[in-house]
Design a protein around this ligand. Structure first.
Ligand SMILES: O=C(O)[C@H](CCc1ccccc1)CC1(C(=O)N[C@@H](Cc2c[nH]c3ccccc23)C(=O)O)CCCC1
Ligand SMILES: [Zn+2]
Length: 308
């Protein structure tokens, strides 16, 4: 069939130049990547709130909508991560078309997966800049889609905190820049801070041990708070360290993320709680690396270190 994809260029939110896979039809180009699964399409909501909004087009394939450039490029990078590392074809494993919308709402200080697509606000420029400007955030949002098609963890209480943690863990690992989440978009005028830290969750008011978990009802039972406990376990398994008197020998990000991905795909269910996640992750490590492996030991110790 006629391959009419094109390679465009664009400027990202942070002023960098990125190459983009687009589609040409006639004399116009669309932010439509037909080379990845059934496609990646990037839209603008034009600062209103109807979705998906308008598919972005351009006359010369040189893209200047910075939030759209980052959303399109980072969705492609996330697709490539799942395909190249786990041989997973898009969110559902069957090439599911990925729709992404930028410029949602007015100065909207958030981003989300709505069960069908990913959506990014522009931020207010003070608390946040455009949410698509951070690869770990785009990876986080798309991972909610992967979770929906795998463990389908409920979005409340402990299952919800697992949902959040796995989204942070995959997003952070897709970027593999540091142990922070959202550092490229959070408080653009203050360097070095972030929305969350996987290495030290308490830095941003998340617990790093089970006994400190939040048990109230805010934020669907603290899904963005208690995720810190699981994030910390992942960090310890990957990087190693001593926490609450327990020493973990790190196995590296690559092995750690393979174990967590396998846990998500093969063991977790919609109502899995933290104790079940511990058992499942240890089992996934044994499946992948052996019953008495250093990897299984690292997972066991990491969960013990966070009080599970
Ligand atoms: O995907 C998620 O888990 C978050 C989705 C939040 C949401 C849920 C339902 C409808 C609308 C928005 C979005 C992100 C998040 O963690 N949001 C947190 C932190 C946050 C973002 N903007 C805020 C403004 C005020 C307070 C907290 C926040 C939250 O919504 O709690 C993930 C990565 C970055 C943004
Ligand atoms: Zn999330």
């Amino acid at each position: 069939d006629i391959i009419n994809f094109a390679t465009g260029t664009g400027t990202g939110v942070l002023g960098d130049t990125k190459t983009l896979t687009t589609t040409q039809s006639g004399s116009t180009y669309q932010l439509q990547d037909t080379t990845r699964g059934k496609g990646i399409l990037t839209y603008t909501a034009n600062n209103r709130s109807s979705l998906p909004g308008t598919l972005l087009t351009d006359s010369d394939n040189v893209w200047t909508d910075r939030a759209a450039v980052d959303a399109h490029a980072y969705a492609a990078a996330t697709y490539d991560f799942y395909k190249n590392k786990f041989n997973r074809n898009s969110l559902d494993g069957n090439g599911l078309l990925i729709r992404s919308t930028v410029h949602y709402g007015s100065n909207y200080n958030n981003a989300f997966w709505n069960g069908a697509q990913i959506v990014f606000g522009d931020g207010d420029g003070s608390l946040f800049r455009s949410f698509s400007a951070d690869l770990d955030v785009v990876g986080h949002e798309l991972t909610h889609g992967v979770i929906e098609y795998t463990a389908n963890l409920e979005y409340r209480n402990e299952p919800g905190a697992l949902n959040e943690a796995f989204a942070d863990i995959m997003g952070n690992t897709i970027e593999s820049k540091n142990w922070l989440l959202g550092d490229d978009i959070y408080t653009p005028n203050i360097p070095g801070d972030a929305l969350r830290s996987l290495s030290n969750p308490t830095l941003y008011n998340q617990p790093d041990k089970y006994s400190d978990r939040y048990t109230g009802s805010a934020d669907n039972g603290g899904v963005h708070t208690n995720s810190g406990i699981i994030n910390k376990a992942y960090y310890l398994a990957a990087q190693g360290g001593t926490h609450n008197g327990v020493t973990v020998s790190g196995i590296g990000r690559d092995k750690a993320v393979r174990i967590f991905y396998s846990t998500l795909v093969n063991y977790l269910t919609p109502t899995s709680k933290f104790a079940a996640a511990k058992t499942a992750t240890i089992q996934a490590a044994k499946d992948l690396y052996g019953a008495n492996s250093a990897e299984a030991t690292a997972i066991t110790k990491a969960y013990q270190a966070v009080g599970l």
